[in-house]
Design a protein around this ligand. Sequence first.
Ligand SMILES: [Zn+2]
Length: 251
Amino acid sequence: MNKTNDFIKVSPASIHYLSLSPNGNISGITSLAGKPPAPAPAPLSYPGLIDDEARRWLAQENIPVSRLALARQVHGAAVRRVTRAGIYPDSDGFFTDLPQLSLTIRTADCAAVLVSFPQVPAIGIAHAGWRGARENIVGRLLEEMFAHWPVDPASVQVALSPHIKACCYRVGTEFSGFFPPEVLYRRGEALYFDLEKTLLSQLAQQRIPAKNIAVAPFCTVCAPIPLYSYRRDKTPQRLFNLITIEKAQSA
Ligand SMILES: [Zn+2]
């Protein structure tokens, strides 16, 4: 498995979202887990947010830890503009127009939504599980970014990282109080939630054209490639999703 569509390329260690900037200045990357979860959780080395595997992957991708904006994610809807690397509490979304500052979100079943305004250039990232989707964190991120940089939505590029899909996302009946029937499926007695359809609908509300959205085709629970899934393994490990403006736009 190498190239899954025009936008997403899978290598042994990572998935590259290639579509985030027409001139190649903006790249989005998701780590691939390569091995089954360790029997005991590896000790977390850097402030509780980067485990040893993520550290190795970052080294392999030539991304210094000193360049990262890291979130203490709380499944909330707070997004913030960041101007320097560091650890941000109570955050589930970031945006910036600074080159060389990598915005990161860690996931194991939730989606990371990567956003690029290539004309600025500016980038954003959001952590969207069902709680974030219920709070419309994607809409909030885009509204904040449009307030700073009022670009044409038709120029905006988006990628969704690997996440749990409707095939495996069985939920409780309380979800019918949270989401409209179009994103809930009944199979026998069980109810299933379509997170992806929810996020795509929220992106459509922000007038992002569907053709500008790259969706990773993999379900974290049942994909034929190794991806971390909290639901499947209760793993403490996470996919590391990252977006960067590689260099300043030349005048
Ligand atoms: Zn699945």
